[in-house]
Design a protein around this ligand. Structure first.
Ligand SMILES: [Zn+2]
Length: 208
């Protein structure tokens, strides 16, 4: 059982039902795996394979006008974070904390530094996507080594890393070549050079 210490900051100031500002916020104790079982979102097999029970703080709002409690946007954010931790990944707040600790102000720069897609870290921090396990391992290695240590490691093993890169480049190139032979390679205007291609014929007639 994991207990999450971090709490989501509640920004909602109005009742989601009547819009009244006569509200108070609080955190309920919740467990992500219990919730998933209750809502039948995952099967028991999946829980045993992938999910670890995680206790987390669920933000809610109490409206004095409605005389009842509501879940808010932040409730889902808290669930998202707990799911990340439960799956053995890093939560958006943990990723942000690691990034800032190592002096990266921009999520995009951090993402590029790690060799991930430019928007990848931004999307994880904004809870638009759940991180993937291999990238999380990469972030954890980076966190353990620090910026300089990470760079040194890349430098030290540059031959191994380079070989793999070249292989993947070669793979992509051979795949493109094969595809090109089959379909005709696109020129810089994006038109297909294969004379049999209808789109190419159309583009030529359009131009003339
Ligand atoms: Zn209300």
């Amino acid at each position: 059982m994991i207990e999450m210490q971090e709490k989501i900051k509640i920004k909602t100031k109005y009742c989601p039902c009547c819009g009244s500002d006569d509200v108070t916020t609080r955190y309920l104790k919740a467990n992500i795996v219990s919730e998933l079982i209750m809502s039948k979102h995952i099967s028991f097999d999946e829980i045993h394979e992938k999910w670890t029970p995680v206790d987390f703080s669920l933000p809610v709002i109490y409206c004095r006008e409605c005389v009842r409690e509501y879940e808010i946007r932040e409730s889902d954010d808290a669930r998202h974070d707990a799911s990340c931790v439960s799956l053995g990944l890093l939560s958006p707040q943990q990723i942000k904390a690691i990034r800032r600790k190592h002096g990266f102000r921009s999520a995009e720069k951090f993402s590029s530094f790690l060799g991930l897609g430019a928007k990848t870290i931004t999307q994880w921090e904004a809870r638009r996507r759940i991180p993937n396990k291999s990238s999380v391992i990469l972030i954890k290695i980076f966190h353990a080594l620090g910026t300089e240590g990470f760079k040194e490691c890349l430098q030290k093993h540059k031959d191994e890393i380079k070989i793999q890169e070249e292989r993947s480049y070669l793979f992509v190139a051979s795949k493109m070549e094969r595809r090109g032979r089959r379909k005709g390679i696109k020129n810089s205007n994006g038109y297909n050079k294969n004379p049999k291609c209808k789109r190419w014929k159309k583009s030529v007639t359009d131009e003339s």
